[in-house]
Each structure stands twice: as C-alpha cells, then as structure tokens.
Design a binder for this molecule. Structure first.
Ligand code: SAM
Length: 296
C-alpha cells in the first residue's frame, strides 16, 4: 500500500523549508532505512562484533563519525535479534541519528548526568558506555511499561552506575543539581515513520511542543552553573525545536554551544546557529539537536 503523508505535515514543511527542500524531505521519508547497531564497549570490542558479523555472513558498513556505529546491509533486524551478541547485550540496535545526542553531550567519568526522558534506555546505555561506566547517571522515565523495559536494557547492557527513577521529570525536586542533562524529549516523531501513523496530528504536535517546553524549563533549573543540556527530538518541525530553544534562551541565562561538524550527514537549515537538524534519508531519521550551556 502506498504510504500517505498528511496535508498538515506537507504544509508545515513547505512553510518552514520551501518547496524544493520539502520534496527532498518527503522522498527521504519514503526510503526504507537500513538497520544499524551500536557496539556496547562495556561488554565487547568493535573488532569482536565485526568478526562475529562476518562469521554470520552479515555485511556492514562503517560510519565516519563513530567507530561503534555499524550500518547493516543485507539483514532484517529480526535476524540480528537471534544472534548471541544481541542476546548478551554486546550490541544495541539504535538508529544512527539517535546516537548523536549522547556523543554531543560527551559524558565523562565522575560527572553527574540526568537523562530526563530515558526509556527504553538507548542513550542512557550509550552514555554509560561512552564514559566507561564512569559517569553517575540518573535515568528518569514516567511510563511504567517503558520504565521496566529500560531497567531490563540497563541490566542487559551492563550499565552499572545508573539510578533509574520512575517519575515525571517535570516534578523532579529543584534540590537536584546535575553537571549535564540529556533531554531527548517526547516528540511528534515528525522526522520518522511516525508521520504515517494515525496519531500524527496537529494535536500531537501541539501537545509535544508544550511538554518539551516544560521539560526544558525544568532542565535548566536543575542544571549546575556552566552545566550543559543536550536537547534533542526526532522531529524536524520548528515548533518543537527552534521555538522551544529560543523560548528557554529568552527566559534563562544560557547560550548555545556550536555542535562540531559531523561528516557525511545531510542537514536541514535551522534558524539557530550552532544547532543541528538532520534530514530524513535512507540512513538517517530526521532529528534536531541543540547544545546549551547555563551561564548563571
Ligand atoms: N531517550 C530514549 C532512548 O534513547 O532510548 C528515548 C526517549 S523517547 C523519545 C521519550 C520518552 O520520554 C518516552 O519513553 C516517554 O514515555 C518519556 N516521557 C514523556 N514525558 C515524560 C516526562 N514528563 N517525564 C519523564 N519521561 C517522560
């Protein structure tokens, strides 16, 4: 069956990006994405996983910006889930775009990090791995079923310094103070396949934008001076991205830190210099990322 893109989304994209770019975005949505994985360096090495994939006759391609990321060529995700390297938590199936926010946050040993919208734990476990289990991570998730899934993943992936909290992050005590916060916000999913689902509506976009704003306001409150927030969504709509960031920059004493150039990724224009918006394509979901420093 032909997939349909809603009139609402087309109109929004044309208004934001113009006709030509919108055509490219629309064809990006239609591309069937390759599965990709992240090697879990808490349990194995990139070489061991490459060897295992070759033994299982699974072709892969490397990615310029992360040696742990591998794009799978000739296999469906279901087949990967049958492999021991998957069952043992040596790999985590993760889209390429969604690996970037944790890399941008640069989690380090000794840092006190909050993951504000954490389940199923893809980025929490990635931050644990990037810091060699050296960062102290609080992973907050309000949905019980997703929270349970996250706890399972944390255990399976060997993320040992994570404190999992089942709570609405907007209600976290202001007494908390973190060095870094990852806010991978609940969003409309306008950069992903979610656009084909019946729940992709104007109301979803508006509700997401409201929650995103409330979450980022809480984030800035519970961040230490000089602390860093990485704000990300898998949406490419300005009401969930630039508008949310602009409002917080007006309200709080904070500034944008420029995200370093990441090779080989097609980007969409964003109206805030230093932020990044990834174009939906064969390899990437649409994603927005902003890095914010609290000045005072
Ligand atoms: N960061 C996750 C990962 O990489 O695996 C994906 C997070 S998903 C985009 C957003 C998550 O935020 C959902 O699991 C949703 O249930 C949760 N969420 C939504 N509102 C929340 C809130 N107010 N407080 C905490 N979690 C929330």
């Amino acid at each position: 069956m032909e997939k349909e893109i809603s009139k609402l989304l087309k109109e929004k994209l044309i208004k934001q990006y113009g006709e030509d770019l919108t055509r490219k975005i629309l064809s990006g949505y239609m591309e069937k994405k390759n599965a990709s994985l992240r090697v879990n360096t808490l349990k194995t090495s990139v070489d061991e996983i490459k060897k295992n994939l070759i033994e299982n006759e699974i072709e892969y391609k490397e990615v310029k910006w992360s040696k742990e990321a591998l794009i799978l060529q000739n296999v469906e995700e279901e087949k990967i889930r049958e492999l021991d390297i998957y069952k043992d938590g040596k790999i985590y199936m993760q889209s390429l775009s969604s690996m970037i926010p944790a890399i941008v946050l640069e989690p380090k040993t000794g840092e006190n990090i909050l993951d504000m919208a954490a389940a199923p734990g893809g980025k929490t476990t990635q931050m644990a791995a990037l810091s060699g289990n050296g960062a102290m991570i609080t992973a907050c998730e309000k949905n019980k079923i997703r929270f349970e899934r996250m706890k399972y993943n944390l255990q399976k992936q060997g993320a040992t310094r994570v404190n999992a909290l089942m709570q609405d992050s907007r209600r976290l005590d202001d007494f908390f103070k973190f060095d870094k916060i990852l806010l991978d916000a609940p969003c409309s999913g306008s950069g992903t396949d979610n656009i084909f689902k019946p729940n992709f509506t104007k109301e979803l976009i508006e509700k997401s934008a409201k929650t995103e704003q409330e979450l980022i306001e809480k984030a800035i409150k519970i961040l230490k001076k000089d602390g860093i927030i990485v704000y990300s969504t898998c949406s490419i709509l300005e009401e969930e991205n630039e508008e949310v960031v602009e409002k917080i920059l007006k309200k709080a004493n904070a500034e944008i830190l420029e995200i370093n150039e990441i090779e080989d990724i097609q980007k969409l224009p964003t109206r805030i210099k230093g932020t990044m918006c990834i174009m939906p394509s064969k390899l990437y979901e649409g994603f927005f990322i902003a890095k914010i420093r609290k000045i005072k």
